[in-house]
Structures are given as structure tokens and as C-alpha cells.
Design a protein around this ligand. Structure first.
Ligand code: NAG
Ligand code: NAG
Ligand code: NAG
Length: 628
């Protein structure tokens, strides 16, 4: 983009070139400089140019170029380099005859109508998606002449569509004065919006373009979705339209980066030589970006081959049309299930005021929703993800099983679920991989007493292996915790709030345990791994928080379950909402997250206590290390 400061060094070189050519007198260099000074749209970049030229004239080194076309191209390189603007060119065209295209407004109305018919195409596609292609943006004077015709045949018809694909891929010509109408059509009447500031150097005037408070016909307004298609040929006024709509966040742009034209370029003869200089004489500044579409073009939000732009825009509109329903669905799910009921109103309000303009794919939508959700809730359990390969509904809670009362069957079940051993050094070992439902555990009470607590009652220490425990019912933790405390004392272990039942349940020391309690005096070591999840983690967490156990092993998985997952209306987006809050013995709500355990390797085995040593050795042996 033109904007770098004038570089005297390059121009000095340029002057040396000029004087070397016998066909080009020093006076003509000054003529060229004068033309630039009077016409170039970045006059601030010309500061110092005349002095530099004068200096070059006074010094005397000369390069010889006798061919005028070569000279013209050398001049072009020099001027472009000095002013950092690729639009400046010098040409040698002794036979050049300027052709002025007839001004549109002066054409007979019949001809104007024909022209508009040929440059405007309107269709209504599936789902009431409008498709409007305009190949030439007509200026305000022409528009005024054809007003009622355009209103009835174009704008009012477009206004009835639900969303619009505005195709500017073939729009290579047009007038900037037509831009305010188009932007106004896609905006509300109030407030007026400053669209563009155009500086015209020859007249040394600056003109601001604003939206119009009233336009002929119905507006499209700013709420319905709008996609503008561009190609690398889209140029001039059409670029101004695309650039403005993009930066007003009114339209997503689909297609190719546009041509990067200019507001106005003129070709001016240098003196009465056959040399001409082409100069951009006006420039546009967008009030939002402080920059312009000129030279660099408009970059699309979806960069895609222009040929595929219509299909892509249709897909994009389909994605975007699902956004309101998806937001509604997420709001409803959260209102109905989220366990932190006090955080729900703030969340819903936040969602309502969030701008989803930049969302151009379902993945974007999932990420955006997840980020918004996280920023308000600060709850890592609440998640939104795009999951094409997950089942539609994932139930994370533990469903109680229907268990027959036959004692042999129950014994068999307990044998399968609980692994109990006595290790060397009279250390008890207990492993189970899921916390059963309370009603199931109650049914198994006698069998568990036999299998676990009778078997372990004389051991000196106990290892509880949760390395493969992935959760289950938190409520049944109370039973296990009760066995590990002094039965004569009453403890508050934890509290569970269940949003679906809308119940708060406290879990305290249970009385009337079946089987001998292990009590509070003997050492308990909890083994964890990165698989340990949900209720498994909660149990490990509580044992630590109750100062009743030492954790040994790996950091846990950090996945608290107690959540339900739902597919968000018509999308591949899945929301996971926790409906249970787990509140520890200190009244803190634990949101999961990784549980730092006493890691193997952090302390050497020799440094630990004898029981820690045994628990650690157990892990190592179990993992296949053979220690002597
Ligand atoms: C737009 O729709 C309305 C109601 O659906 C209808 O009355 C009107 O004629 C339509 N206008 C055009 C230009 O199709
Ligand atoms: C252009 O106009 C501004 C004021 O609008 C003035 O300060 C400046 O001198 C003018 N420049 C020229 C070259 O006439
Ligand atoms: C939950 O229960 C409490 C009373 O225990 C009641 O005040 C509240 O409205 C209930 N909430 C819902 C969402 O049903």
C-alpha cells in the first residue's frame, strides 16, 4: 500500500537515468514532479521530492538509455520504488488517444435499463436464500433515474428473502457514489454510519460517505444473514462495498482476495512528450480500520476458489442459520441440568449478548460456545465439543442393576467385583474398579463384610487400589469411608447436590455396619493412576482431605463424571453438563481437575515410611519390576 515515505535516494537515481536520455530534458523531470505534486493522492509522501530532484540536476552523473520504452519501464521502477506504490507507472505512448467513456447518467433511459438488466441477476434459492449478482455498481445519479424500476425489480424482491448471497465476483466496474445506498440497504435507518472518507487530490477535497436515513423502498436491515462473494477480479466500488460490510461485521466474505483496485486513477501526459504517468488521484480511508481495500484488496473470511463460492456460501448460511437454535438448545439444557443453579442466570445473559458474527463452521460454533461457557462458569466440567463419532446421548451416571437375591449369586458377584489379598508384611490389599450403586451395595452388605472386612481385619496396613477405578456412584463412598473411621465418632464426609432430583444429601459416618470396621488408626494407602476418574478421584480426594490416607501413584485423570451429555439441536455439537455437585468435608465444591498424588519417584522408596515403601513396592512389582 502506498504510505511509505518518499525515498530521495531512489529518485536521485531516477534523475540520473533521465538526464542520460537525450530525448528527455531535465525540464520534463520537473514536469513529472509537478504532476505528482498536484495529483498524487498521498501528497504527504512527496515531501522533499523537489529538493531531491534539484540536487540531482546540480550533481552530474549520467547514465545512458536511448530506447524510450526501456526508459519508461526504468522510470516506472524508479517512481514505484520511491513512493512505494505499485499503481504508479510511466509509459511511452506517442499515439495515445484518451477515450472518455460516456457518463452513464447521460445515456437514454432505455439504454440504462438494458445495462442494468445485463448487470443484475436475482434468484431465490432453496430455503428462501436470496442470490443477487451485481456486475456494476451504479452511481447515485443513475440510481436516481432508475429508482422505481430498481426498487420494484431488485431491492424489494431481495428484501423478502431470509438471507442473502450477494455476488460481487464479476463486479469489475462501478461508481463509489453508489456505495452508500447499498450499505444503507443492509443497515438500519438509525444510527447513521460513517462508511468511508475519500480524499481527492486534484480538487484537494475530502468527502465523507455516510449511510442514508431514508432510502427508496424497503431495507434489508442488519439482522438477516448476508454473505458477499468476491473473486480476484472484484474491483473498485464493489471492493468498497465488500470491505465496508466486512468491517461493519455485517457480512462474511466468501471467495478470493479481491483485486485491490483504486478509487480513481488518471493517466496524465508529461509536458508535450509522448510520455504519460498513471497516478492514483483519490484514496479511500475506512473509519473503522483506518485503512483501505485499495492495492491490497479485501481478504475473505472463507478463502476459497471463486468457482466454489456459491455452494460454500449456501453451506455457510446453513451453519449460521442453526446458530440461534443451537444457542436456545444450550440455554435450555443448562437451565434444566446445570448443578450450579446460581451461575445459570449470568450464563444465559452472557450467551444472549455474545456476538456470533465470526462463526463460519460448526467447529467454530462449538469452540465459541465452549469458550463463552468456560469464561462465565469457570467450571471445567461444563464442556461443549464437536463430536462426529460419539453416540447422540451419553449417560454418565451409574444405573442400578437388577440383582437377584440368591446368596450364591451375590457371593459370586462380590468375588468378581472386589479383589482382596494379604501381601507380605501383613498388608491388606483391596481393589475394585467401580463404586456400585447404594442399593446394590446394601444388598451385598453381608457378602462384602465376609469378603473384605473379615479378611482384612488383622492386617497392619491397607492398600486400596484405585488405579483402574473409573467412578460410579459417589453415594456409596460413604459406606467405605465409614469402615475406615472410628465407629464411635460421627464424621461429616461429604455432601451431594443433585440438580435433577433437586436434592441435597449429606453423607456422614454410618452406624450399624455389617462386618468389623477397619478403624482410624491403621495406615491406608490409596493407589492412583491416570485412569482413576470420577468417584474414584473423589474417594482419593476425600481420603486426603479427611487426613485418613496417603495417595501413591500417578496423577489422576481429572474427569469428574456426574454429567449428562446432549446433542445440541441438529448439529454435531455435544454439550456435557454436570448435574451433581460434590462438596467435601470442608464445604468446598470440588470441580475435578487433576489430583496430585504422592508420586513414585518424587521421594525415593527408602525415604518413605515402611508402609509407604510397601505400597510403592507393590506398585512396582505389579507393574512388572522385580526388586530384590
Ligand atoms: C414480500 O412478501 C410479502 C408477504 O410475504 C408480500 O405481500 C409481498 O408482495 C412480497 N413482495 C415482493 C416484492 O415479492
Ligand atoms: C488542501 O486543503 C487544505 C485544507 O483543506 C490546505 O491546508 C492545504 O494547503 C491544501 N493543499 C493544497 C496543495 O492546496
Ligand atoms: C429446589 O428445591 C428448593 C427447595 O428445596 C426450591 O426452593 C427450589 O425452587 C427448587 N428448585 C428447582 C429448580 O426446582
Amino acid at each position: 500500500m502506498a504510505g511509505g515515505r518518499f525515498s530521495p535516494a531512489l529518485l536521485v537515481l531516477l534523475c540520473h537515468v533521465l538526464f542520460g536520455s537525450s530525448s528527455f530534458q531535465p525540464a520534463l523531470v520537473l514536469d513529472m514532479a509537478k504532476i505528482l505534486l498536484d495529483n498524487y493522492c498521498f501528497p504527504e509522501n512527496l515531501v522533499g521530492m523537489q529538493e531531491a530532484i534539484q540536487q540531482a540536476i546540480n550533481s552530474g552523473e549520467i547514465l545512458k538509455i536511448s530506447d524510450r520504452k526501456t526508459l519508461a519501464s526504468v522510470l516506472t521502477v524508479g517512481v514505484q520504488g520511491a513512493l512505494n506504490d505499485p499503481r504508479l507507472t510511466v509509459s511511452f505512448e506517442p499515439n495515445f488517444v484518451p477515450v472518455m467513456p460516456p457518463a452513464l447518467p447521460s445515456l437514454p433511459t432505455e439504454q440504462l435499463i438494458r445495462l442494468v438488466r445485463n448487470s443484475v441477476k436475482l434468484e431465490v434459492l432453496e430455503n428462501n436464500v436470496g442470490y443477487l449478482r451485481i456486475d456494476q455498481i451504479i452511481g447515485e445519479e443513475t440510481a436516481a433515474k432508475l429508482g422505481p424500476l430498481l426498487r420494484d425489480n431488485v431491492w424489494n424482491k431481495v428484501a423478502n428473502t431470509s438471507s442473502l448471497i450477494f455476488d460481487l465476483r464479476y463486479s469489475t466496474a462501478g461508481e463509489l457514489s453508489g456505495v452508500p445506498f447499498i450499505i444503507s440497504y443492509f443497515s438500519d435507518p438509525e444510527p447513521l454510519i460513517h462508511i468511508d472518507t475519500v480524499f481527492d487530490r486534484p480538487s484537494n477535497t475530502t468527502k465523507e460517505l455516510w449511510t442514508m436515513s431514508s432510502i427508496m423502498g424497503e431495507r434489508y436491515g442488519k439482522r438477516k444473514d448476508l454473505i458477499v462473494l468476491t473473486s480476484k477480479r472484484t474491483m473498485g466500488a464493489a471492493e468498497a462495498v465488500a470491505y465496508t460490510l466486512k468491517h461493519l461485521k455485517r457480512a462474511n466474505i466468501v471467495g478470493e482476495r479481491s483485486a485491490g483496485g483504486s478509487v480513481k486513477v488518471e493517466k496524465i501526459r508529461i509536458g508535450d512528450s509522448g510520455f504519460y504517468i498513471t497516478i492514483p488521484v483519490a484514496r479511500s480511508v475506512n473509519p473503522i480500520t483506518g485503512q483501505s481495500w485499495e492495492v491490497s484488496g479485501v481478504s475473505p473470511s472463507v478463502n476459497i476458489n471463486a468457482k466454489e463460492a456459491v455452494a460454500n456460501a449456501q453451506n455457510l448460511l446453513a451453519v449460521r442459520s442453526a446458530i440461534p437454535r443451537a444457542i436456545q438448545s444450550v440455554s435450555d439444557i443448562i437451565r434444566q441440568y446445570y448443578s450450579f443453579t446460581d451461575r445459570v442466570p449470568a450464563f444465559l445473559q452472557h450467551l444472549e449478548s455474545t456476538d456470533f458474527f465470526s462463526v463460519i463452521s460448526e467447529e467454530d460454533l462449538a469452540n465459541k460456545l465452549n469458550n463463552e461457557l468456560q469464561s462465565v462458569s469457570e467450571d471445567p466440567r461444563l464442556m461443549i465439543k464437536l463430536t462426529q463419532d460419539h453416540p447422540v446421548i451419553i449417560e454418565e451416571d451409574f444405573e442400578p442393576e437388577n440383582i437377584p437375591g440368591d446368596p450364591a449369586f451375590l457371593r459370586n458377584l462380590v468375588d468378581t467385583v472386589f479383589k482382596v489379598r494379604i501381601l507380605t508384611g501383613n498388608t491388606g490389599y483391596l481393589r475394585f474398579d467401580k463404586f456400585g450403586d447404594v442399593s446394590v451395595m446394601a444388598k451385598l452388605g453381608e457378602q462384602i463384610a465376609q469378603k473384605i472386612w473379615e479378611a482384612l481385619k488383622d492386617t497392619e496396613n491397607l492398600i486400596i487400589d484405585l488405579r483402574y477405578n473409573t467412578g460410579g456412584s459417589s453415594a456409596s463412598m460413604g459406606i467405605l469411608l465409614s469402615f475406615l473411621q472410628d465407629p464411635s465418632q460421627q464424621f461429616h464426609f461429604f455432601t451431594i447436590y443433585d440438580r435433577i432430583q433437586n436434592t441435597t444429601t449429606e453423607f456422614n459416618t454410618l452406624s450399624g455396619l455389617l462386618g468389623p470396621p477397619y478403624g482410624s488408626k491403621r495406615g491406608v494407602y490409596i493407589l492412583t493412576s491416570h485412569y482413576t476418574a470420577s468417584a474414584g478421584e473423589e474417594f482419593a480426594y476425600l481420603m486426603q482431605s479427611l487426613h485418613r490416607g496417603t495417595l501413591i501413584g500417578e496423577i489422576t485423570s481429572g474427569t469428574l463424571m456426574h454429567s449428562k451429555s446432549f446433542q445440541v439441536e441438529d448439529t454435531d455439537i455435544v454439550i456435557t453438563v454436570p448435574f451433581i455437585n460434590f462438596i467435601d468435608n470442608n464445604g468446598e465444591c470440588w470441580l475435578g481437575g487433576v489430583l496430585g498424588s504422592y508420586m513414585l519417584g518424587e521421594k525415593t522408596i527408602e525415604q518413605g515410611s515402611e508402609s509407604e515403601r510397601r505400597a510403592s513396592l507393590f506398585i512396582l512389582t505389579d507393574l512388572g519390576y522385580h526388586l530384590c
